[in-house]
Design a protein around this ligand. Structure first.
Ligand code: SF4
Ligand code: SF4
Length: 196
């Protein structure tokens, strides 16, 4: 019969079940990354709506992971895509390869390619992680997969908060132990005095 083991297990459960939780309920609660964090890319537009990207392929050439595919094309007379002679007809970033080094952003002469602080990059398949131009040119804020109820600023230190609450608990426990010790020594000295 494994009764002692069951009782030990239950004692452990009851000892911990009411303790303050040390986990964060992500994604309901999250901390924003610092502004320098390199996350998902976007392709920017000029204020008049034209694409900043001129299809020069310098970003693809700078990428050490061969994660970018650009196929440039000439702007035709009439409605144009970019203010330059050329634009990116095809633009893809393969997030299975990308190492988020930011060299592509450094190489871009028109500041068309930017990196955001969004880090939730997931897809239903390997093909789903190859982001196309339609996904990279964002005219709306990036939609997150799950809603967030509480968001802390980057400098918020969750770990420090937990340590502070833990040391508070320890201080209460320590004071209680010191009180117990004093009571014991008083009782002992009382006994000693009665014996002498
Ligand atoms: S961040 Fe680095 S690895 Fe990713 S696409 Fe840009 S250059 Fe390539
Ligand atoms: S994102 Fe920048 S570097 Fe890349 S093709 Fe467009 S303009 Fe050139």
């Amino acid at each position: 019969m494994a009764l002692p083991e069951i009782l030990t297990g239950m004692r452990t459960v009851f000892k911990n079940v009411y303790k303050k939780k040390e986990t964060t309920a992500y994604p309901e609660v999250r901390r924003q990354p610092f502004p320098r964090f390199k996350g998902r890319h976007i392709l920017d537009r000029h204020p008049d709506g034209l694409e900043k990207c001129i299809g020069c392929e310098l970003c693809a050439g700078a990428c050490p992971a061969d994660a970018i595919l650009v196929v440039g094309a000439d702007n035709e007379p009439g409605p144009r895509f970019s203010p330059g002679e050329r634009y990116a007809q095809v633009y893809q970033i393969n997030y299975l390869r990308c190492i988020f080094c930011g060299l592509c952003v450094e190489a871009c002469p028109t500041e068309a390619l930017l990196m955001t602080t969004e880090y939730e990059i997931s897809g239903p398949s390997r093909e789903g992680l190859v982001f196309t131009k339609d996904q990279l040119i964002v005219d709306e804020p990036i939609v997150r997969h799950w809603p967030t109820e509480k968001e802390y600023p980057p400098e918020h230190n969750l770990l420090k908060e937990l340590e502070a609450s833990r040391s508070e608990t320890d201080a209460v426990g320590g004071a209680r132990n010191a009180g117990d010790q004093r009571l014991k020594s008083t009782a002992a000295s009382g006994r000693g005095g009665a014996q002498s």
